[in-house]
Ligand binder design. Structure first.
Ligand SMILES: NC(=O)CC[C@H](N)C(=O)O
Length: 346
């Protein structure tokens, strides 16, 4: 997660509005920043960071020397950022995956920028040189984004609706808070007083169409045909690639595991790829349920079987009593031969 928040054209002093930005502080434990926009005193960004890549230089709102007029705030991961950087020979200033959006926007404009991204994202991009604000969200809406626009052009945006509920503005009627449409981008013109006007709302991708970035993807070409073997091989290739591309994270990777088929397949593929990529830490799986519920029993079985040890071997157990009703169980395993079991009880 990360928490993003921004207001444009605030009638109230932004320093009092930005108390609302703190309502999404839980989304980013590593660092936060609140920054008003130089030259547009009624505009302000708030950002809470869970750093996934480039801990040192990836703080937001991101601004880089090459494009001093761009301000960028986003929540997400762009899996193909290195591929696009190399493909278009961009000179990036940081290793942060989101920086690629600034280069793509500058070279190709907003429509092509959004459609070249392979990832999960919700973004706010401000271009002070052209007086535009852009919002966008990934095809499936994996990353959340809410907006609120008043009739007189005060725009507020946040990862969660709660960051918008207490904002004050000049109109009598409260502004509606709506989820931003997945797979779309929106363009606003920005006036000198910071107020905006929506001028374009467009779908850049829908899930039934091949994404524009596919031509640059490194995933091996899929065979055509609908015979059983071809279909199975294609699913395997795509599935494995979906797990592989998520290994870009510089944070320790874990898996949410219910013990059912889907999450167990993800965990098994992750274990396989972790060996190939030589991840230097034990993988962890996280499950939630009451003590001895089917999910916990199943996920425990899967965890131990993936770790290739029997539950009775090399097992440690920690219990914290926090609450009577819910148990959160955390299993972790290291390959090839060490296994820990942590059991956190609420
Ligand atoms: N949690 C996030 O949304 C992370 C944003 C960005 N990918 C980073 O690593 O900082």
């Amino acid at each position: 997660m990360c928490g993003i928040w921004a207001v444009f054209g605030s009638d109230e002093c932004v320093s009092s509005q930005c108390a609302s930005a703190m309502k999404v502080a839980h989304r980013g434990p590593d660092a936060f920043r609140i920054e008003n926009v130089n030259g547009f005193t009624n505009c302000c960004f708030g950002f809470h960071r869970l750093a996934i890549v480039d801990q040192l230089y990836g703080m937001q709102p991101l601004r880089i020397k090459k494009f001093p007029f761009l301000w960028f705030c986003y929540n997400g991961e762009i899996y193909n950022h290195r591929l696009l950087r190399d493909q278009f020979q961009f000179e990036t200033q940081t290793e942060m995956d989101g920086e690629i959006l600034l280069h793509l926007y500058d070279r190709f404009g907003i429509q092509k920028m959004a459609s070249l991204l392979d990832g999960v994202f919700a973004f706010i991009l401000l271009d002070t040189a052209n007086r535009k604000v852009f919002l966008g969200r990934d095809t499936y809406g994996v990353r959340p984004l809410f907006k609120s626009v008043t009739d007189d052009g005060f725009l507020a945006v946040c990862s969660e609706a709660k960051g918008l509920t207490d904002l004050s503005h000049a109109l009598d009627t409260p502004a509606k808070i709506v989820p931003f449409l997945p797979g779309h981008f929106e363009v606003f013109e920005l006036k000198q007083n910071g107020k905006v006007q929506s001028v374009q709302m467009e779908q850049f991708h829908c899930c039934t169409k091949e994404p524009a970035h596919a031509i640059y993807d490194t995933v091996e070409r899929l065979s055509t045909g609908f015979d059983m073997e071809t279909v199975k091989t294609n699913i395997r290739t795509l599935f494995e690639n979906a797990v592989r591309k998520r290994l870009m994270a510089q944070r320790r990777i874990g898996c949410l595991l219910s013990g059912g088929l889907d999450s167990s397949l993800v965990a098994a593929t992750l274990v396989k790829l972790a060996k190939v990529e030589k991840l230097p830490y034990p993988l962890q799986t996280f499950s939630i349920g009451s003590e001895d519920s089917p999910d916990i029993i199943a996920s425990r079985k899967v965890s131990f079987s993936l770790a290739n040890v029997s539950p009775s071997e090399k097992q440690t157990k920690l219990t914290y009593k926090l609450n009577r009703n819910v148990s959160l169980h955390i299993f972790s395993f290291i390959l090839p031969d060490r296994c820990h079991l942590c059991h956190l009880k609420f």
